[in-house]
Design a protein around this ligand. Structure first.
Ligand code: NAG
Ligand code: NAG
Ligand code: NAG
Ligand code: NAG
Ligand code: NAG
Length: 252
């Protein structure tokens, strides 16, 4: 019975292909980012502002004040393929500009993280300001969904990132101007030259960070909802127009 319904949904989906429907959803999401998604408990994301953020664990202390991230809505969709039959999607996004500014206070005890391998390593600390921008940060990858208990989750999630340019002005690293200058220079000139191995490591870290978050989001989303959104039989949510707030992306 379910299969018949699903096939029917596919047949009546009309002329717009699944990739077009997903593209529309993503663009609707992007346009709404300056206003946020109160129905999902998400605040405004472009810019994303937090007065205060603090992490205080045994190995790491981090505090951020006047945290501001601009440009989350600066992404373009380069590529999108949707295969409804196997619930797979391929994607490519480019964030034209992302800029992070914040006051920070940071202390990371390297030795405590791995007492054997990092024995004798000094802790990494700093207290100052961060102004950091990324240009043309792109993500390409694919995902596949699986369904259980009326919800869904990621069965597969692969990601590869790339980057054109970095600008960095972080002050107060080790409380030392020369070291801060050195780190900024290394970030600006070193990240782009990242070796394949380092990139693969970063990709894996990103996959590990995003997967639980994605699964949480998908937990209550049924196969029928996904099919409805992808085939266009469930129209994207309509919201009052969201006027973009002023973003400040120019790095001085
Ligand atoms: C972090 O937590 C520890 C233990 O709970 C506490 O002693 C310490 O004062 C906290 N540090 C800061 C900066 O709040
Ligand atoms: C970002 O990509 C666009 C399009 O390829 C290009 O015109 C622009 O110069 C790039 N920006 C940087 C900072 O490399
Ligand atoms: C770096 O940040 C500091 C502190 O905000 C500021 O005084 C300085 O002008 C900035 N330098 C550059 C090159 O942007
Ligand atoms: C999923 O639904 C259950 C039951 O309705 C609810 O308790 C839970 O908070 C929901 N989880 C998410 C992530 O929305
Ligand atoms: C605080 C600091 O040293 N900022 C420097 C970081 O590096 C860039 C690039 O060399 C400089 O422009 C900043 O002044």
């Amino acid at each position: 019975m379910k299969t018949v319904l699903v096939l029917f949904a596919l047949l009546v989906a009309g002329s717009a292909g699944p990739a077009d429907n997903v593209r529309k959803l993503l663009i609707g999401f992007r346009d709404q980012m300056p206003c946020g998604f109160p129905e999902y408990g998400l605040p405004a994301l472009a810019p994303y502002l937090r007065d205060f953020l603090e992490v205080n664990k045994t190995k790491i202390y981090a505090k951020f004040e006047d945290f501001r991230l601009d440009g989350l809505n600066s992404f373009e969709i380069d590529d999108l393929t949707v295969s409804v039959a196997v619930f797979k999607m391929g994607f490519g996004f480019t964030f034209e500009q992302l800029r992070l500014r914040t006051k920070y206070d940071f202390d990371l005890d390297l030795e405590a993280i791995n007492p054997e391998k990092l024995k004798g390593m000094p802790s990494i600390f700093g207290d100052g300001t961060i102004d950091f921008a990324l240009y043309n940060l792109s993500f390409a990858g694919n995902l596949a969904l699986q369904f259980q208990d009326g919800g869904s989750s990621l069965k597969e999630f692969k990601l590869a990132f790339d980057l054109d340019e970095v600008r960095s002005n972080i002050t107060g690293i080790f409380d030392n101007e020369v070291i801060s200058q050195f780190v900024n220079d290394s970030l600006e000139n070193g990240i782009i030259a990242l070796t394949k191995e380092v990139k693969e490591f970063v990709n894996e870290v990103l996959e590990a960070l995003i997967t639980p978050w994605g699964n949480k989001l998908l937990k209550n989303v049924s196969v029928n909802t996904i099919l409805g959104l992808v085939t266009g039989s469930i129209p994207p949510p309509t919201r009052p127009p969201c006027l973009p707030s002023s973003e400040d992306l120019s790095f001085d």
